[in-house]
Design a protein around this ligand. Structure first.
Ligand code: F6R
Length: 604
């Protein structure tokens, strides 16, 4: 959500910034802008729309200079137009500000600044920062930013430059930001991929960090000015891992990476005895008697699969909470509660605040996270990294897959430690887990069959997804994927719940995707499918290879290999992801950057 790139060094800032913003496109945005410190003034270009619109302008009028800031904006306050795009400049055109987040007290600040004679041009909350810093500026940019922040409440990753100084000042409160450390050059960005072509040495900023960046170095202090020593981390990803690698879209590439990345999640964590799991976490499994899983969107559906697994394998009661609700409803939490937060980015504000709420109640905390060094990983007691690598497509695929794998590991680990999972059951499950990469690969081979369904139903307005037991979350995830990237209305229900309402929707204009893979409830699922057929519904069943019975009931069958029921969500999600992808692609929609969505949701 919003992208920031700042550069000071020996290269042309415009090149570094435009390249970096391109690498951050996945975060979601609807306008973009750049400012470069020229001579004697700042040169700025801002445009609504995609980066290509901005690039076209820069081709004819390039901005020359070695210090600059760039921004992709995801609109919160004010429409996505040229004026509201960042950077925002002071009235004398000497000071430039870009900002991610929301300034909560911008209205009283604006009123005061307008009274003092400042003229506002945009509808954004960000613009108050420019006028405030301008008012506090007496020749020292760092001091002006520091003074201004004492008056501001809200969430921000803020980056400021001034025509009279060869330096950048940055500040972080809640919204993520990372420094890139180079040789005679330094960088600041909202996420690591922007930095990868230039440096792998990074410093993840913490809340309350104020930074002075020059080409020689970076100095981090708290808002009171006390210098802080922050660790430099080396990023393991390379720039290539974040590229499309010959695939038409990141989403497609990431779907095909799933057999490999799940091996990274499992790798080294399955013990040699074939029935235990090794997790490098300090949690005492017998010190808890309840689990809360808090997450958003796809990560929350991974959490629902986790609920089934932990309850079944470890006999601990689990509740899954939508993070944005949990934080505001005074939840009952104590020191015998384990709060698990699940997040690809590790920066989702709702999930982060849910974590903080659980901590206030005394809960033990565990993160299931992809991004190393992210804010959530710094605030939890322990983290199980999912090792999915960079996920660029806005619609999550491989992160979901590896979150599921992490929950499989955690469920087994808890079950073994608490004595609720017998040797033979653990062996069976782990043996099946080891087979999963191969089965996912098999499922991915059925792309053509899924593509035919996508072609046939791409112009339908509504879809229904049904699943039960551990595959109810799979149905929710299938519906979410389709909604997100194809903009087709889709709903998901627990299959047995259909007769309590949604069945009224069934007609020959409503394709129903029914998950009917091997399970003790298979027969009941088939009965539910018959109920749909009896009402002229169109049934697309997700069924196991070799299941001939299903052909008698469903209009279309998408095949997946059979596995242990508790592992089936990892395999069953493949045709669901593929259906969404193939549908959106046929509708010629922007698969990797669907409208209105952002990859990392850092505002409430
Ligand atoms: C769906 C999707 C979103 C995210 C959600 C949480 O495809 O990507 O629903 O899952 O915004 O994001 P993270 O996992 O970064 O906390």
């Amino acid at each position: 959500m919003c992208g920031i790139v700042g550069y000071v060094g020996h290269r042309q800032a415009q090149d570094v910034i435009m390249d970096g913003l391109k690498r951050l496109e996945y975060r979601g945005y609807d306008s973009a802008g750049i400012v470069v410190t020229g001579d004697p003034e700042l040169d700025v270009v801002k445009r609504a729309g995609k980066l290509s619109v901005l690039s076209d302008v820069l081709k004819t009028t390039p901005l020359k200079g070695n210090l600059g800031l760039g921004h992709t904006r995801w609109a919160t306050h004010g429409k996505p137009n040229d004026v509201n795009a960042h950077p925002h400049l002071s009235e004398d055109s000497k000071l430039a500000v870009i900002h991610n987040g929301i300034i909560e007290n911008y209205l009283p600040l604006k009123e005061r600044l307008v009274e003092a004679g400042h003229v506002f041009l945009s509808e954004t909350d960000t613009e108050v920062l420019v006028h405030l810093i301008e008012e506090n500026y007496e020749g020292d940019l760092y001091a002006a930013v520091q003074k201004s922040l004492s008056e501001v409440t809200g969430a921000y990753a803020l980056v400021v430059s001034h025509a009279d100084h060869d330096l950048i000042v940055a500040a972080r409160n809640t919204s993520p930001m990372v420094l890139g450390i180079g040789d005679g050059e330094n960088f600041v960005a909202s996420d690591v991929p922007a930095l990868l072509p230039y440096t792998k040495e990074v410093i993840f900023l913490h809340d309350g960090d104020l930074v002075l960046i020059t080409n020689d170095g970076v100095t981090i202090s708290d808002f009171a000015g006390n210098v802080i020593d922050r660790e430099v981390s080396t990023v393991e990803w390379d720039a290539e891992a974040a590229e499309k690698g010959g695939f038409e879209h990141y989403m497609l590439k990431e779907m095909y990476e799933q057999p490999a990345v799940i091996q990274q999640t499992l790798g080294g964590r399955l013990a040699g005895n074939g029935m235990d799991v090794q997790l490098d976490i300090g949690l005492d499994p017998n010190s808890i008697d309840r689990v809360i899983i808090a997450a958003a969107g796809t990560a929350s559906y991974a959490g629902m699969v986790g609920e089934y697994l932990i309850e079944k394998l470890a006999r601990l009661p689990v509740e899954v909470e939508v993070a944005s609700e949990f934080r505001y409803r005074d939840p009952v939490v104590d020191e015998r509660t384990l709060c698990i937060v699940v997040s690809q980015s590790g920066e989702t504000i709702d999930t982060l605040e849910a974590l903080r709420e659980a901590k206030r109640g005394g809960a033990k905390t565990l993160g299931i996270i992809n991004s190393k060094g992210s804010t959530i990983t710094r605030e939890v007691d322990d983290t199980i990294y999912i090792h999915a690598g960079p996920e660029i497509g806005v619609a999550s695929t491989k992160a979901y897959m590896t979150m599921l794998a992490a929950f499989e590991l955690l469920g087994i680990w808890l079950g073994r430690a608490r004595g609720t999972l017998a040797d033979a059951d653990a062996k069976e499950l782990i043996a099946a887990l080891r087979q999963t990469p191969k089965l996912i690969e098999e499922a991915l081979k059925n792309r053509d069959e899924v593509a035919k369904i996508a072609e046939q139903f791409k112009n339908y307005k509504d879809y229904l997804f049904l699943g039960r037991g551990i595959n109810f979350p799979s149905a929710l995830e299938g519906a979410l994927k389709l909604k997100e990237i194809s903009y087709i209305h889709a709903e998901a229900y627990a299959t047995g719940e259909m007769k309590h309402g949604p069945i009224a929707l069934i007609d020959d204009q409503m394709p129903v995707v029914a998950i009917a893979t091997a399970s003790p409830l298979y027969e009941k699922t088939v009965s539910n499918i018959q109920e749909v057929k009896a009402r002229d519904g169109i049934v697309i069943a997700i069924a196991n290879d070799g299941d001939t019975e299903i052909e008698k009931h469903a209009d279309y069958v998408l095949r997946v290999p059979e596995t242990h029921e508790l592992i089936s969500p990892l395999v069953n999600v493949i045709p669901l992801q593929m259906l969404a992808y193939e549908t959106a692609n046929r509708l010629e929609l922007d698969v990797d950057q669907p409208r209105n969505l952002a990859k990392s949701v850092t505002v409430e």
